[in-house]
Design a protein around this ligand. Structure first.
Ligand SMILES: [Mn+2]
Length: 356
């Protein structure tokens, strides 16, 4: 696997037309930026085309495949995307471009072939893929070829964004030391704040994701992000989260170790909300259902102690439902369900967990 990756890197040329797909969350954005930085060092320029879809929309759209063709892209990097959930789209791209997919979700299908380099922690013998975040993988992989240490803080942001700091303690400690931060308060430190600035943009809206990527891509230090336009989104989203946590404490419905919470908010904060509340109660399965004014509900699931695999739970509970999809990691997953099917989803969850 490493050999195949090294070969891919050694074959990168200035004249290549390279596209990047990233998942718009702190890990995916940090991984994407680390990738453009790496390409710049390796071939003198970054990527030629940057593409992204809504968080959780893993099926590469025909519109985006059209953009790859139009720009005559011959190499495609995908980071933090379980693109193997929709293999036919990947095969379609492989007809005209080589792909390098770096991701740490479950292996749905090993896509490795002559044209596709598919790297997941599991394929490197790692036993805890959800904590081997993509930003750290990109950092480790490209550090085989170039010095990325000036951007170790980006890997740390990915680690904190995906709640994997326990595993990478010594790495994050080093980043703290380098930046004069208190390593015992990582979440409240500049790394945590910068992570929230990056997370808030996609939570605010799809239209500001490009702006967010550009800010992070241009930043040389975390201070550059702290002094950027992203701070406005962090304030708005921070206020919305504060209100939501308050309401959760009052209105969440509890049944043994299962918690359902439904709320309305136009910003996509359900995922962060579920992460926050679940760390307070790691032995509970938390299911947050958000109405963001769409025809479907957004669902976020968490279980921190490993007793329930929520990626399997959401997939099984949504199976066969019209317009529904879900997936993610064992401790943290998400999905969507049409409003008319919410009760079916909830009934199935109760059944699968043996509450009925
Ligand atoms: Mn990730």
């Amino acid at each position: 696997m490493f050999e195949k990756f090294d070969k891919f890197v050694k074959n990168l040329k200035e004249e290549d037309k390279i596209a990047l797909f990233f998942d718009p969350d702190p890990d995916g954005i940090s991984a994407g930026v680390l990738l453009t930085k790496s390409l710049k060092k390796i071939r003198g320029k970054g990527v030629d085309l940057v593409l992204f879809q809504n968080h959780g929309e893993l099926e590469i759209s025909d519109v985006n495949i059209g953009k790859l063709v139009e720009k005559e892209i011959n190499k495609v990097f995908m980071v933090d995307l379980a693109a193997d959930q929709y293999p036919e789209k990947i095969e379609k791209i492989a007809l005209f471009a080589e792909l390098c997919i770096i991701d740490h979700h479950k292996v749905y299908q090993d896509m490795n072939s002559d044209k596709i380099l598919h790297i997941k922690p599991q394929m490197l013998g790692d036993e805890n893929p959800s904590s081997y975040v993509t930003a750290k993988m990109v950092y480790d992989l490209f550090s085989r070829h170039i010095d990325l240490s000036d951007f170790d803080w980006l890997a740390a942001i990915g680690i904190i964004g995906d709640a994997a700091w326990k595993r990478w303690r010594s790495f994050v400690d080093k980043v703290c030391e380098k930046n004069g931060l208190d390593k015992n308060k990582v979440l409240e430190s500049k790394i945590g704040h910068t992570m929230r600035a990056i997370a808030s943009a996609p939570e605010f809206g799809f239209d500001v994701i490009q702006e967010c990527f550009d800010v992070v891509n241009d930043a040389k230090t975390m201070d550059d992000i702290e002094n950027s336009s992203l701070i406005r989104y962090r304030k708005i989203i921070g206020d919305a989260l504060y209100m939501a946590v308050k309401d959760y404490r009052i209105n969440a419905k509890r049944l043994d170790d299962l918690i359902f919470y439904q709320f309305e908010c136009k910003y996509s904060i359900g995922s962060t909300l579920s992460t926050r509340v679940s760390f307070k109660e790691p032995d509970k399965t938390v299911i947050v259902i958000q109405d963001a004014g769409e025809e479907f509900y957004r669902i976020s699931l968490r279980r921190q102690d490993g007793k329930v695999k929520v990626n399997d739970l959401v997939r099984d509970a949504l199976e066969g439902l019209d317009g529904a999809n879900g997936g993610g990691h064992a401790p943290a997953a998400g999905g969507r369900v049409l409003k008319k099917d919410l009760e079916i989803f909830k009934e199935r969850v109760l059944k699968i967990l043996g509450k009925k």
